[in-house]
Write a protein that binds this ligand. Structure first.
Ligand code: GUN
Ligand code: FE
Length: 445
């Protein structure tokens, strides 16, 4: 644990930086950048040729300057828009079954163990350490149905300085008898959790309303959760159109709704702060419903392959104008690394392109956008994070490719564009030299 006190005064980084400006301008490279940070916020985004003028206008001196080393560059922090913290002990195992069978055999028995807050503390510490180590500066976490261990998760992200949405999972039916709540317990637990987290007044840690999915929630519960989300103006997260058997079951349970998306829409769970994980099999009609509600999608390519859910046409979804970010979906996804998700997003798009289901594959630049600014937009946090703009928080990574243990070999002619592409395709946590959240150093080699 390398958490540091937030730097007082101004800190000025000099060196290359990269970031996304939009879906259509997904990679901007500045080889001679200057980024100034004060009280966690970005106050300067400029180039080194203006350094003298900047020194005068922002009154900083050489002692406030941090010069990046050879082979290093700055990039925005990675954003994981969908991760199940309690499933972390299962990463890398139990991927022999499709979604619904996988939930019954591996996931529910593990999640039931978080009745014990001590077990939660042990796992949640590791989750936060590991995601920060992998450059995740913001994560949207699912916990379990247990309110007290969900608070342990909020404590943990707060202690480590990660930015996070934390959601107590809600499930009141069609769940195993050892892992289920009553509608009343689910609603009162959610209200209690939301109030407690909001009362902390920590802008980095926010509560999110978390119905697991339509298959484990009654209509009364969904409606009640929609009302709580509206009352407190908080985020919402759930799963949508992940697998074919899941969709069939959802429509059996809710025949009065037009389609799966309409189940959430009709119960007040689609908003501009709602994130729908997967959407592998989403129809055009449902996509329209998401658009109308300005609801976003979390694309979880590793999980979609691992659980045999299908290949999500992410480029089509994003080109339709829906906000999209990336999610690890631990432990349906076997990695806590968003960098890995970028690669799996690229490979999934290539598969779809080979099969003729998508006309264009996803570029590494577009994958970078999805992992940073796209994630910020998906979480409705693009005013705060996602790229380097004056006024946003400094959530950033220093990437270093000359590290002794780097998996990447460089050659003399390698320019910054090459470094970025190599990092996205080959890099890992050893290349993530420093991690900042809101200007605070949370990882440093
Ligand atoms: N749908 C409902 N619960 C889950 C879960 O825990 N993981 C995934 N991947 N899908 C779900
Ligand atoms: Fe999930």
């Amino acid at each position: 644990k390398n958490a540091d006190k937030p730097a007082r005064g101004i800190q000025v980084f000099i060196g290359p930086y990269i970031h996304s400006l939009s879906w259509t301008e997904p990679l901007v490279v500045q080889p001679n950048g200057v980024i100034g940070v004060k009280d966690g916020k970005i106050v300067i985004v400029d180039t080194a040729e203006n350094l003298d003028t900047l020194k005068a206008s922002h009154s900083f001196g050489d002692s406030d300057i941090i010069k990046l080393q050879e082979g290093e560059f700055l990039m925005p922090g990675l954003i994981d828009t969908h991760i199940h913290a309690p499933q972390y002990p299962n990463v890398g195992i139990g991927l022999d079954l499709p979604l619904l069978e996988w939930l019954d055999k591996y996931t529910f028995p593990l999640e039931a163990k978080y009745k014990d807050p001590k077990f939660a503390e042990l796992v949640y510490r590791k989750v936060v350490e590991k995601t920060i180590n992998n450059g995740t500066t913001t994560a949207s976490y699912f916990t379990t149905i247990h309110t007290s261990s969900s608070e342990v998760m909020a404590d943990m992200v707060e202690a480590y300085g990660q930015r996070a949405l934390v959601g107590k999972v809600c499930m009141d039916c069609y769940s195993p008898d050892y892992y289920v709540e009553t509608t009343e317990e689910s609603l009162s637990g959610t209200t209690e959790f939301v109030k407690k987290i909001l009362d902390r007044k920590n802008p980095l840690v926010l509560p999110t309303i978390t119905p697991r999915f339509a298959l484990t929630c009654s209509e009364d519960l969904l409606k009640g959760l929609g009302a709580i989300a509206k009352e407190h103006d908080v985020h919402i997260q759930t799963h949508l159109d992940e697998s074919i058997p899941e969709i069939e079951r959802a429509m059996e349970l809710f025949p009065q709704y037009k389609n799966y998306a309409d189940i959430y829409g009709g119960t007040g769970l689609l908003s501009s702060k709602a994130i729908m994980a997967h959407c592998v099999h989403i129809t055009d009609e449902e996509l329209e419903i998401l658009k109308e509600n300005n609801t976003s999608i979390s694309h979880c390519p590793t999980s979609n392959n691992s659980l045999l859910s299908g290949h999500c046409p992410v480029k089509k979804l994003r080109n339709a104008g829906v906000k999209v970010g990336l999610g690890t979906d631990v432990a349906g996804g076997y990695t806590p690394s968003i960098l890995e998700e970028m690669r799996h997003a690229i490979m999934t798009a290539k598969t779809l392109s080979i099969e003729g289901r998508e006309s264009e594959p996803l570029t590494f630049r577009e994958a970078l956008y999805l992992a940073t600014l796209g994630g910020a937009e998906a979480l409705a946090m693009e005013q705060e994070i996602g790229n380097f703009q004056v006024g946003k928080s400094f959530d950033a990574l220093v990437i270093g490719l000359e590290h002794e243990l780097s998996p990447i070999d460089l050659f003399p002619e390698s320019d910054i564009n090459v470094l970025v592409e190599k990092f996205i395709m080959l890099g890992d946590d050893r290349n993530i030299v420093k991690v900042f959240v809101n200007g605070q150093l949370v990882k440093s080699y």
